[in-house]
Design a protein around this ligand. Structure first.
Ligand code: COA
Length: 297
């Protein structure tokens, strides 16, 4: 789908995207590249990175793939150095790397819980921590938005509660908290904006294949507000908006991009039924002199 944004809104910017080799991370990298940014993608698998970089370069996007695990502080520091050495600076860090799997709490070992917290929460903090000195220098491009930007990919799991994802829910709650704390402190001290995006179920992603096999996806359709899965494009457009000058006053927000799904519940009474039912209840209450005296109606 074509982008509604001008092709140069990220001209001259340099972005590092963790988990940028596939799924939502790759789409963000692609759209950032198509809108003028140079992109470094970080991931654990060389083959995945190579394929992603080849795809980006085939579109004329300046891209490099850097191997590393966000759980390792030395990998984070090295990848950030390599990014700024190669492209000269860093303006935008996108924390897209995440781990998740479906499991009931009683079957999840503390180490399994810790593993996801390590990737999502500690990994996000580690990348931000190591990126600070680069972002302080970078982000001084053209246009009104002068500081650097951090974008944390979150989720809506923890807004209520999500079955079989106690680990990822806790991890993303911490990510949102990190987003707000850094927005306050680094926004004030270094002019760095820190925001998040909480995607709903996005089709054609490794996360979706893992967390909602085909049958489950069609089951939830009947009560989903927009009656469809999101696309990777939807998330990348939100990222572009937040990264562009249009988002220059947005700091500390996690933007939900899920078609309203997190608000939804199965409908417990049909529309026609509710019309009849509410009339009956209304009539009854009008007749009741104690609760609603007729003179007051
Ligand atoms: N059910 C229950 N426990 C599981 C599990 C599952 N499906 N998958 C892993 N675990 C547990 C392991 O048993 C282990 O705990 P233990 O030592 O007590 O047995 C712990 O989690 C670590 O597993 P391990 O396979 O060693 O971790 P890893 O570092 O190789 O992989 C994961 C990390 C598990 C998060 C892996 O799924 C991953 O790399 N994911 C990245 C991609 C991804 O999830 N994308 C979707 C994002 S929405």
């Amino acid at each position: 789908m074509e982008s509604p944004f001008k092709a140069d809104i990220l001209k001259g910017k340099v972005a590092l995207v963790t988990g940028g080799g596939s799924g939502i991370g790759l789409e963000i990298s692609t759209q950032f590249g198509r809108h003028g940014a140079a992109v470094a993608i970080m991931g654990r698998r060389r083959q995945v990175l190579d394929a992603a970089v080849a795809a980006l370069r085939s579109e004329g996007i300046r891209a490099i793939g850097l191997e590393g695990d966000v759980r390792k502080q030395e990998d984070a520091a090295r990848v950030l150095e390599e990014t700024t050495t190669h492209f000269g600076k860093l303006d935008i860090l996108v924390n897209g790397a995440a781990g998740n799997f479906l499991v009931s709490p009683e079957d999840l070992s503390p180490n399994g819980f810790r593993t996801v917290i390590d990737i999502d929460s500690v990994g996000t903090f580690t990348m931000c921590h190591e990126a600070l000195k680069h972002l302080k220098k970078g982000g001084r491009g053209e246009g009104p938005s002068t500081g650097g930007l951090i974008l944390n990919i979150s989720a809506t799991l923890h807004y209520t509660a999500a079955w079989y994802q106690i680990h990822a829910s806790a991890a993303k709650a911490a990510v949102d908290s990190i987003t707000r704390s850094l927005a306050l402190e680094w926004g004030t001290d270094y002019d760095i904006r820190v925001n998040g995006i909480a995607p709903g179920p996005i089709g054609d992603t490794p996360g979706m294949r893992k967390l909602a096999p085909g049958e489950m996806q069609s089951k939830s359709r009947e009560y989903r507000p927009l009656y469809k899965l999101g696309e990777r494009w939807d998330i990348a457009m939100a990222a572009l908006y937040l990264a562009s000058d249009a988002g220059k006053y947005i700091n500390g927000t996690t933007m939900v991009v899920d078609g309203g799904l997190w608000l939804s519940h199965p409908r417990h009474i049909g529309k026609e039924e509710v019309k009849k039912l509410s009339k009956v209840v209304e009539m009854k209450s009008r007749k009741s002199p104690v609760a609603f005296p007729a003179s007051k109606l």
